[in-house]
Design a binder for this molecule. Structure first.
Ligand code: TXA
Ligand code: MG
Length: 315
């Protein structure tokens, strides 16, 4: 439990919110759509805590918030139709799923291991002041516990997350009240989630109809989610120990682990290490990987969900 601070929408509140974010804290902040649950997107532990605070049972990818379109270049490629939409509608309630720039420093948890990243520039003075001051890309899903409705006031945020986050920056009610519209590129533009910016406005800008796709239809398919990080090596879950020829990805105080997600059994640490360790073990060749049992509670559910997908047969 942490004491959740309620911060005023002034210079002092922004400075405090920024300091908390930069220190790895979770800070809810208002955008024009809904309140976000923000974390430094370059900090593995902070991003892992977002999933813990929300009680999300899976690592779905998060939206990265930036103060302006110029800040995108460090993390993703903004070109063609995507650049046109950014020019027309940012700041505003549209999120663009762009090719991730390798080496940009984002935690792989932000993009759930995908080679793309969702970015947006919110149209909210307080949000942009905070993003500029923090000087970090901020990963932020809506600031509600998983499965509950999205918050449009600081009171809603506190009702769901008080005691689980460091602070909420109180900017009053959100003007739009529904999440941003999400557009992916196939490379033709595709509507991934309807939201605050009408599809008609987007189609008028692009000069043609948008393809539609069920939200999360690709990112939730076992073979698709993080195929980028889905190990080439076979994965055996709930392994008490490594068999000959296997390398052990440990959890807790196990012996002879090639790598350990968290020797002390800390779920936040384990989630923060998950993609890094899978990647490292995989780059060692196709040697089979055995994984220690991980309790299926709290963040452990999201970790196990991810490991099951990685272990599932791929076509
Ligand atoms: O209005 C909003 O967009 C709010 C405020 C806080 O900005 N944020 C928000 O984030 O709604 P969240 O985490 O609830 O929605 C993220 C969704 C994912 O569930 C997924 O559908 C999509 O964005 N997404 C994120 N990254 C993606 C990727 N790389 N590929 C495809 N879809 C992605
Ligand atoms: Mg949400």
């Amino acid at each position: 439990m942490v004491e959740t601070e309620v911060l005023k929408p002034d210079a002092g509140g922004i400075a405090r919110a920024s300091a908390l974010l930069r220190g790895g804290g979770l800070v809810s902040f208002p955008t024009e759509t809904v309140y976000g649950l923000g974390a430094d997107a370059t900090d593995d532990r902070a991003v892992a805590r977002v999933f813990e605070a929300k009680g999300r049972p899976s690592f779905n990818p998060l939206i990265v918030h930036l103060p302006d379109a110029g800040a995108v270049a460090g993390y993703a490629r903004l070109e063609g139709d995507a650049a046109r939409l950014a020019d027309a509608f940012w700041p505003g309630p549209i999120t663009l799923v762009l090719p991730l720039r390798e080496g940009g420093g984002l935690s792989p948890l932000v993009s759930a291991g995908l080679p793309t990243v969702a970015v947006r520039v919110p149209d909210h003075a307080l949000a942009r002041a905070l993003l500029a001051r923090a000087g970090r890309p901020v990963a932020a899903p809506s600031a509600n516990p998983s499965g509950r409705i999205s918050p449009t006031t600081a009171e809603h945020v506190l009702a769901g997350l008080a005691g689980r986050i460091e602070a909420v920056l109180d900017g009053g009610p959100c003007a739009v009240g529904v999440e941003s519209t999400i557009i992916g590129f196939d490379p033709t533009p595709v509507l991934l989630r309807p939201g605050g910016l009408p599809v008609e406005a987007i189609e008028a800008c692009l000069g043609g109809p948008l393809l539609h796709r069920a939200p999360d239809s690709t990112i939730n398919a076992p073979g698709q989610l993080g195929s980028h990080y889905a190990p080439v090596a076979p994965l055996r879950l709930n392994a008490a120990a490594a068999r000959p020829g296997e390398r052990l990805l440990g959890f807790g105080p196990v012996e002879a682990a090639a790598l350990n997600l968290s020797p002390s059994g800390d779920m936040v640490e384990a989630a923060a290490n998950l993609f890094h360790h899978l990647h490292a073990l995989d780059s060692g060749g196709a040697m089979p990987i055995a994984v220690s049992p991980i309790p299926d509670t709290g963040l452990g559910r999201a970790i196990n969900d991810r490991l099951r997908r990685a272990a599932a047969p791929r076509g």
